[in-house]
Design a protein around this ligand. Sequence first.
Ligand code: NAG
Ligand code: NAG
Ligand code: NAG
Ligand code: NAG
Ligand code: NAG
Length: 285
Amino acid sequence: MRRGYLEFLFAVSLVLLCVNTDADAAGHNLQGIVGGSVRIRCGLDPFSGFNGLYFQKKSSEGQEIFINGYYDRPLTVLPEYINRTFFNKTDLSMEMTNLTLSDEGDYLCIFICNGANCKETKFYLTVTANYSVPVLEVQGCRSGPGAHNCAISCSSSGGHPPSSVTWGVIGNKTSSPITDKEESVIIQDVNSSLWNVSQTVRLNCSHPLNITCSVGGVVSHAVSVCQDPDTQDKHVVVVCAVAVLLLILTIIIIFVIMSRRIQIPAETPPSTDVELQNLNSRQAG
Ligand SMILES: *[C@@H]1O[C@H](CO)[C@@H](O)[C@H](O)[C@H]1NC(C)=O
Ligand SMILES: *[C@@H]1O[C@H](CO)[C@@H](O)[C@H](O)[C@H]1NC(C)=O
Ligand SMILES: *[C@@H]1O[C@H](CO)[C@@H](O)[C@H](O)[C@H]1NC(C)=O
Ligand SMILES: *[C@@H]1O[C@H](CO)[C@@H](O)[C@H](O)[C@H]1NC(C)=O
Ligand SMILES: *[C@@H]1O[C@H](CO)[C@@H](O)[C@H](O)[C@H]1NC(C)=O
């Protein structure tokens, strides 16, 4: 009985310990997007008695690079950071703007007490870039004899990290209509280090389908494919009829406006001569 109670206490304290560590780790992971900005806050818990604070970054070679901060003497900020890091003494934070992919990495806040490091806080900054809205290209996707040639490709660019293509199909009742998926093509741009992603799939066009694709969480517009060619033709006819109607309307409106413009100088000013003539002719008649 007693032992069970102790075991229970032990389990509870273990759980509490785990919850604490998790919350701590989550608070120190920061996210930013390319071109955006991020604020790194060092004053997470109350702490005083320091006379300096350094923001540092761990380079890929493991060296620590001073970014910004303050001390009782002026500190030299690297040109790379001087116009895009802003130190705030009030809330002990640093804002970094114009983020690039190379800003991703480990950061340290180092508090200085009487010339020595007295407290450190670690951060990890992840920098991502949003993919463009994926574009779908459709080839040969009418139902009927050409159905087995239906191919759809999805492409998106300028994202980070690399991502795969996810397909969304609405309208399939039983099995998936995707008969073949080509390998995704994932290419990194040499200059920007951002990724371009594309993939082509083939469809069984036996039913009308609405297709979307998504890359890195960004979803394309839906396209309707494998429709009855008759209904497609009907749509074309309706669109053409509306276009012709609009054209005729426009011509009529232009005609009316033009004829009004031409009439205006004829109506005003009313010429006294003409009125006199009218009078004369009426009296004569
Ligand atoms: C930072 O901005 C100042 C003032 O706008 C400018 O004179 C300086 O050249 C800039 N430095 C860098 C490294 O961009
Ligand atoms: C931020 O990035 C833009 C676009 O690349 C650039 O024109 C601007 O000079 C940058 N500003 C700083 C402070 O680096
Ligand atoms: C510094 O932080 C304080 C508190 O968050 C805020 O009120 C102040 O506007 C900030 N100063 C600057 C220059 O951003
Ligand atoms: C596809 O989308 C259109 C327009 O939203 C809708 O009218 C049609 O019923 C959809 N077709 C299928 C197969 O879900
Ligand atoms: C296409 O789908 C239909 C109905 O789901 C099926 O009968 C037919 O065998 C499929 N064709 C191919 C080539 O998979």
